[in-house]
Design a protein around this ligand. Sequence first.
Ligand code: ADP
Ligand code: MG
Length: 278
Amino acid sequence: MSGHIEDYEVLNVIGTGSFSTCYKVQKKSNGHLYVWKAVGYGGMSEEKKQLLVSEVNLLSELRHPNIVQYFDRIIHKETATLYIIMEWCEGGDLATLITKCKKSNSFLDEGFIWRVLYQMCHALHECHRNIPNITILHRDIKPANVFLDGAGNVKLGDFGLARILHKDASFAQTVVGTPYYMSPEVIKGGKYNIKSDIWSLGCLVYELCSLSPPFTGPNIKHLALKIKEGKFSRIPAHYSDDLQKIISLLLSVEHKFRPTIEMILHHPIVVTHVAQET
Ligand code: ADP
Ligand code: MG
C-alpha cells in the first residue's frame, strides 16, 4: 500500500526539526492535503532502521480523532529518505501557540484548556488501552507534539519517532532541549510508565495556563531537584480553582496518587467543566 513520491505535489515547507523536515503536500489523485515528514535514514544502523519501520507500522494501527492520523509511508531509496504521510493539522502545534501568547501578552481561554485536557485524555486512553498486549506510552508529550486541526480538535502526534531517532544517545543527549516534563520517577531512574504520561499531561496543561512549565531551572540538575520536590506556583489568578486542583492531582509526585485516564475523565470537576464547554 506504499505509494510513490510522484503521487504528491509538494506545496511548502512547514518546518524543520532535528531529524526531519515537514512539508505540506497535496495528493494528486484526490486533491487532499497532507503533511509528509521526510526522515533521512542514510546514516542509520540496520537495527535502527528496523525499529523505525516497526514504529511506523504501529502508528498505522492507531486511528482516533485525537491522534494525528498516519496514512502512508514512502521509501525513496535514491535519497535514502523515508516519507511519512499524515494528517495535516492546520492549526499548528501548541508550542507555537504558547509562543504567540507570550509575544502578545495574552492568555488562552480556560474553556480551550479544558478541551485540550479532555481530548488529550481521549488520545492517551487510546494509546494506553487499545491495541491488545501492547501499551503505547507516548513518552514525549509536550506542546510541540500536540496539534490543532482546522476545526479546533486536539491531536496528539509524533509517537515514538523522536524516541527512536534518539535511541542510541545517552540520557543527557536523549533530550533535545530541556526535559521539563520528565516525571519524578523517571528522573530517579525508574521506568517510564502510564503514570509518567499523566505527569507530562499535567505539565502540558499547566504550561497552557502559565505559558511556562511548572518546573524550571538553570540546568538539568536544578530542574531535577524542582521536579522531585514537586512544588509549583499557582496558575494565573484568572483561572479557576478547579483547574488548579486538577493540575495538582496530575502533578502528584508519588505516581500512585496520580489518577489514571479513566479517573480524570470521570472526575466530577472535569465532567462539570467539559459539560459547560460543549
Ligand atoms: P520537530 O518536532 O523536531 O520540530 P518535526 O519534523 O516533527 O520537527 O516538525 C517540523 C514542523 O512541522 C513543526 O513546526 C511542526 O509543528 C510541524 N508539523 C509536524 N507535523 C505536523 C502536522 N501533522 N500538521 C501540521 N504541522 C505539523
Ligand atoms: Mg515534531
